[in-house]
Design a protein around this ligand. Structure first.
Ligand SMILES: [Zn+2]
Length: 174
């Protein structure tokens, strides 16, 4: 029985090739890159990400393809960029991934398919994938649909969106 920390650090492609499937509840504090992009929750232990990852071998025209399906949900606190008060943001991930041979293939095919492409890399772990997708699910500019106390002007310095740090990460890792 693997502990959660061990599981999260597993290299993703070998795990998927072995038919990996898991359903987990992971504390936000464990997902450090996601936690850094959020306000500290009032009750840290209570904030948990529920996620499922399922690998699947598909056989289109006998060409074996290795796929992953990731579903995750997490509610975090972020600062509304209009009124600067804390707000709850529901993050939801439901994405399909397909492994390709290498990064060059991923770059060549990426525009032509719906799914996300993954190229094998030792640093591509369950935790990397989960954190990346949660960060991408965050709103570019978190703000209430209607603020109770809107400021007369918007703040000059918006928080940098975590997407900026992720640019090219999925395909561009060396
Ligand atoms: Zn607001």
């Amino acid at each position: 029985m693997k502990t959660l920390d061990t599981l999260l650090s597993l290299e993703l492609q070998p795990w998927a090739m072995a038919g990996g499937a898991t359903t987990q509840s992971t504390p936000l504090a464990t997902l450090s890159r996601v936690a850094q992009a959020c306000l500290a929750p009032a009750e840290r232990q209570a904030t948990v990400c529920e996620w499922q990852l399922q690998s699947q071998l598909r056989h289109p025209d006998t060409l074996k393809q290795l796929w992953l399906h990731l579903k995750a949900s997490l509610t975090v606190a972020q600062t509304c960029q209009r009124c600067l008060l804390p707000m709850q943001v529901d993050l939801s991930v439901d994405r399909h991934f397909r492994f390709v041979a290498d990064e060059a293939t991923a770059l060549a095919e990426d525009d032509d398919c719906e799914e996300d492409l993954l190229s094998p890399a030792p640093e591509l772990t369950l935790q990397t994938l989960l954190e990346d997708e949660l960060l991408l699910a965050m709103p570019l500019i978190p703000r209430h649909t209607t603020c109770d106390k809107p400021l007369p002007q918007s703040p000059d310095q918006d928080l940098p969106h975590p997407f900026a740090a992720l640019a090219g990460l999925k395909l561009g890792k060396q």
